[in-house]
Design a binder for this molecule. Structure first.
Ligand code: NZQ
Ligand code: ZN
Length: 400
């Protein structure tokens, strides 16, 4: 194993911690761009409380609202210009993953608003290196992406529907204020999308990373056992704060580097999902729920061992001695779990038809993320025809 584990985010976690926002913000700067989504922060009263806390702490602010789910490059560039005009010296994100991701782009755009797309990896060969970024405080209101403790964000160039990643060590939030009370209002569908998103974040590493790392493997299995259990309970009892708390911390940790240190891994399921949420503006977690079981089914013959292990250690399948049979049983069990939380979906459930759009999405996947050899990596590298085949499997529940 050889790795650099670096996560500088200062985390404050717990129900009621939101009341510390003013004091914590005052440590980062003098005047912030306070960024929110399309309406929930205002509707739920979080914005008003935040503004009051900033006033009391003597921190200036300018409010920027309207960050979209699947945040647009164009909006981030506009917000960055506001931050420049208003002479902000840090950013506060109050919202879900989309708001937090947008703030990372704004933090970079502040120093170079006209060239923001160059810093985002869209298959252009050389990605512009982030030399400077405004400091960032994040206050997640939805448990899902883990943007609060990672160094990346996903931004969609709306004009072309290209959804791509920006990342840099400079984009770790300085402060993450994580208060599960803020997530109790999240509607049930987004709640479960978020639960599945956090699960997929570690599954990517489990299936596509270095397997000779027994501690990380066991930690990921424990993570998944807890998240699938608590997630299913939360589905039945969404106003339960303790359950909200129990899925919040895993979501924050999943992409923090903790699980991937020494294990690495690539993200094929994400790289197949991003063109779907880019083109059809669907919820990221919903798109993952479509792709994950189909991707597993498609690739498991190439190397059934990790899938059989997942079946036994996470899904509770009694090993039969036949890896392939066990691997398939694991995927069926995952589909059953998804069905139990209303996430065993098809393309038409998400309003995606199987026409030319799917071909365009598959081409985007290879063009934007396929690198020099034009393949999506992972336990089985995928070319254009493979990506398209997996998308087409999403048309039905009967792929298994
Ligand atoms: O826009 P508002 O009004 O705020 O409403 C949002 C939005 O409609 C609403 N919401 C947020 N908090 C709420 C709430 N509604 C009620 N009560 C609350 N407390 O929920 C809706 C979805 O919000 P969004 O931020 O889009 O969801 P999520 O947190 O799942 O973020 C998804 C984005 O993150 C990216 C995804 O691709 C997608 O663009 N990802 C970011 C990653 C990262 N930074 O590392 C990794 C992930 O894999 C993912 O790709
Ligand atoms: Zn994700």
């Amino acid at each position: 194993m050889e790795f650099n584990f670096h996560n500088p985010t200062d985390v404050y976690f717990g129900p009621g911690e939101f009341t510390r926002a003013g004091e914590l913000a005052s440590r980062l700067g003098r005047k912030c761009l306070l960024v929110t989504g399309r309406g929930s922060a205002r509707r739920l009263g979080f914005l008003e409380k935040m503004e009051k806390m900033l006033d009391e702490a003597g921190v200036g602010y300018v409010h920027y609202s309207g960050i979209e789910p699947n945040p647009h490059l164009e909006t981030c560039a506009d917000a960055a210009e506001v931050a420049v005009e208003e002479e902000c010296d840090f950013i506060v994100a109050l919202g879900g993953g989309s708001v937090m991701d947008a703030c990372k782009a704004i933090a970079v755009g502040f120093h170079d608003p006209d060239n923001l797309w160059d810093y985002i990896n869209h298959g252009q060969g050389e990605v512009k290196r982030v030399e400077q970024a405004l400091p960032l405080m994040v206050i997640p209101t939805l448990a899902a992406t883990g943007s609060e403790m990672d160094n990346g964000g996903v931004i969609t160039r709306w004009e072309t529907r290209e959804k791509c990643v920006i990342s840099s060590p400079k984009l770790f939030p300085g402060v993450a204020l994580i208060d599960p009370e803020l997530t109790v209002s999240v509607p049930l569908d987004y709640t479960m999308d978020g639960v599945f998103d956090m699960a997929v974040h570690v599954m990517e590493s489990y299936f596509n990373g270095d397997r000779d790392t027994p501690l990380q493997g066991r930690i990921i299995e424990g993570f998944l056992l807890a998240v699938f259990d608590e997630g299913a309970k939360l589905y039945r009892d969404p106003s339960n704060l303790k359950l909200r708390e129990n899925v919040q911390w895993p979501s924050s940790l999943a992409l923090s580097g903790f699980f991937t240190a020494g294990r690495g891994g690539v993200y094929p399921v994400h790289l197949l999902e991003h063109p779907l949420s880019g083109h059809w503006d669907i919820s990221h977690g919903r798109g993952l729920a479509l792709i994950q079981p189909r991707w597993m089914w498609y690739v498991l013959d190439s190397d059934p061992v990790p899938f059989a292990r997942f079946a036994a250690n996470v899904m509770g399948i009694d090993p039969s001695g036949d890896y392939l049979e066990d691997a398939r049983a694991g995927v069926k069990a995952l589909c059953k779990w998804l069905d139990g939380v209303d996430l065993f979906l098809t393309l038409s459930d998400l309003g995606i038809d199987e026409g030319d759009g799917l071909v365009r999405a598959a081409e985007d996947s290879i063009r934007l993320y396929g690198g020099k050899n034009g393949q999506i990596g992972g336990v089985m590298p995928l070319g254009l025809e493979d990506v398209l085949a997996i998308y087409r499997m999403c048309g039905t529940r009967d792929f298994i």
